[in-house]
Write a protein that binds this ligand. Structure first.
Ligand code: ZN
Length: 172
């Protein structure tokens, strides 16, 4: 399966991070490039033909072969979240920058989200990390090297059932 990475350079400063990933459009572009580096691939049938359309301002890709509709988030850790992608990427950045284990409370303060939202985000990212540690087949990962991002979003290996997951891996 194709694998591609969106990299947060090691030691990336917050202003530099925000310049690159500060807007929703930038984050969507980064996720799309990570999932489909060579263009859309249907998560159900691996077909490449598609038509892109918008519903409620959200982009969808419809497979020309099996008519399956995918959004950018479907099959990723972001799928059921209403939070903007930029909030998720910032959470990943902050968790990666943190030398110590960043608490959900701190995450809440940094991101300006509710405590339950911060807790869920952290939990999902850590769970994704655990799944990676367990050596399962993964979609993507986030690597942090000594608290700095070595690479952030690594996406698309598809799992056997065709589901794509965007996973997070936080190092030392
Ligand atoms: Zn398809």
């Amino acid at each position: 399966m194709a694998m591609n990475r969106v990299q947060f350079q090691p030691g990336l400063s917050l202003p530099a991070f925000l310049a690159e990933y500060g807007s929703e459009g930038q984050c969507e572009g980064a996720l799309e490039a990570a999932r489909w580096p060579d263009g859309f691939v249907c998560p159900r049938c691996a077909g490449k033909g598609c038509s892109k359309f918008y519903r409620h301002r959200q982009a969808y890709w419809q497979c020309s072969q099996c008519r399956h509709q995918s959004s950018l988030r479907s099959g990723t850790v972001f799928e059921h979240s209403r939070l903007p992608l930029r909030t998720w990427l910032l959470a990943m950045y902050l968790l990666g920058q943190s030398k110590t284990n960043l608490s959900a409370l701190e995450l809440m303060r940094h991101l300006g989200v509710s405590y339950p939202a911060a807790w869920r985000m952290k939990h999902k990212l850590m769970q994704a990390m655990d799944e990676r540690e367990a050596g399962r087949k993964l979609g993507g990962l986030v690597d942090a090297n000594d608290g700095d991002w070595a690479e952030s979003l690594t996406a698309p290996c598809e799992t056997a059932d065709g589901a794509l997951q965007l996973l997070a891996h936080i190092g030392q």
